[in-house]
Design a protein around this ligand. Structure first.
Ligand SMILES: Cc1ncc(COP(=O)(O)O)c(C=O)c1O
Length: 393
């Protein structure tokens, strides 16, 4: 990798991957690794999935991209599928290339609709790698620190007079960008009452709700979307990662009302790979396959069983501070100074052939396997984790 500027924020661990299939990746030295991170949480169907490969090959031989003045029926077909799963049936979509881009486009859309450039989000949300979402400038964001809500005795109903609420300048805000479950980080789903009350207040002031489903979307939490765990119908939904199963496509789904406003106000977002036929064909295939194989329900049920099993292992080790999850989104948090022992355990797991995700700065690991991973592989991992944890004692 001499000629690659490595700026992912993570150190390079396996530099010679030669192929990947299903829940495994293989290096050039003949080693096999179980991918419990699903790439960067991007392959809900596992690597090299035949139904998606077939769709890519079919579309590749017909049309990949066709410019600003033209389109193809596959684009609208994919939009209908996306809107069907989001519950925004009469809305519209913009297909893009990355999760960050879908979120950023959603933010620009809210600015345009409401004329307000200040937005609300939770302090621990990760929203993207660039633009307003990454910088979170004070003049553009009100960050709500909801740490106290985790231990609040009122969290089931949320007191509207709570100081957290009274500090939110609802009148100034154009909307709320909600990342359910701090999913990029630590799998912490905020209380329903908190989210639902904030949504209602934002709407009372004409604001819009954008949900960042880049990580939680497409079934990872055991529902199609993270917001399905709340009584919440968003105005905009940003999806990325899983919707391409490894192919870089993302989408912003927009409610009918919000889309109408954007059209009235001539919303302008110019990017060359907008609504590319190839990405749309991939998104359609991914949605079809997840649905056909009943993988979301499977993830919900198996996720509970997997978490129980992991819990029974982790309980034996006092340095495991917490383990929590929803569906196939699991976080294991360790006690101790700095990032130890998470760093050591992460390395040991790789040596044993298991790839998990190290959450730097949180002394935690994330486990997010493909939604179709075989049960026996999950059992193999729990045994491997047990042996690594026991050697860390
Ligand atoms: C919650 C969340 N939102 C947005 C993004 C950005 O997506 P992408 O990396 O596809 O730009 C990420 C990436 O990890 C994420 O975890």
């Amino acid at each position: 990798m001499r000629n690659i500027l490595w700026c992912t924020g993570h150190s390079l661990k396996i530099p010679d991957i030669v192929r990947a299939e299903g829940s495994f990746i293989y290096d050039g030295r003949g080693n096999r690794y179980m991918d419990l991170e699903s790439g960067v949480w991007v392959v809900p169907l596992g690597h090299n999935y035949p139904g998606v490969n077939q769709a890519i090959n079919d579309q590749l031989s017909k049309l990949t991209h066709c410019g600003y003045y033209n389109s193809s029926s596959i684009v609208n077909e994919a939009a209908r599928a996306v809107l069907g799963i989001t519950g925004l049936e009469d809305g519209k979509c913009i297909f893009l290339c990355s999760g960050s881009e879908a979120v950023e486009c959603g933010i620009q859309a809210i600015h345009k609709i409401t004329g307000k450039t200040k937005l609300l989000c939770l302090h621990d949300s990760f929203l993207g790698s660039y633009g307003a979402a990454s910088k979170k400038r004070q003049e553009e964001w009100h960050l709500l620190d909801w740490t106290g809500c985790r231990s609040c005795s009122q969290s089931e109903r949320c007191d509207p007079d709570c100081h957290l609420f009274s500090a939110i300048p609802f009148k100034e805000l154009g909307g709320f960008v909600f990342e359910p479950g701090s999913a990029s980080g630590l799998v912490r789903f905020p209380p329903c009452a908190l989210i639902e009350k904030m949504v209602s207040k934002i709407r009372d002031h004409g604001g819009k709700i954008l949900v960042n489903e880049v990580t939680t979307g497409l079934g990872r939490s055991g529902q199609w979307f993270g917001y399905n765990h709340y009584q919440l119908k968003p105005d905009l939904v940003a999806m990325g990662k899983g919707i391409g199963n490894g192919y870089p496509v993302s989408v912003l789904a927009i409610s009918q009302d919000a889309a109408r406003k954007l059209e009235e106000k001539s919303f302008y977002y110019q990017q060359s790979h907008q609504n590319d036929a190839l990405g749309c064909r991939v998104a359609l295939a991914v949605i079809d396959e997840l649905d056909k194989e009943n993988l979301i329900e499977r993830c919900s049920e198996l996720g509970i069983e997997f978490l129980k099993h992991l819990n029974s292992i982790c309980r034996k080790y006092p340095f495991v501070r917490d383990i929590r999850g929803k569906g196939f989104m699991i976080a294991i948090e360790f006690s101790g100074a700095g990032d130890q022992p998470a760093v050591a355990i992460h390395d040991q797991l790789i040596k044993k052939g298991f790839i998990t995700s190290l959450r730097r700065g949180h002394n935690s690991l994330r486990i997010d396997p493909p939604l179709n991973i075989k049960k026996e592989y999950l059992a193999e991992f729990t045994t491997g984790l047990d042996s690594v944890l026991s050697s860390t004692c």
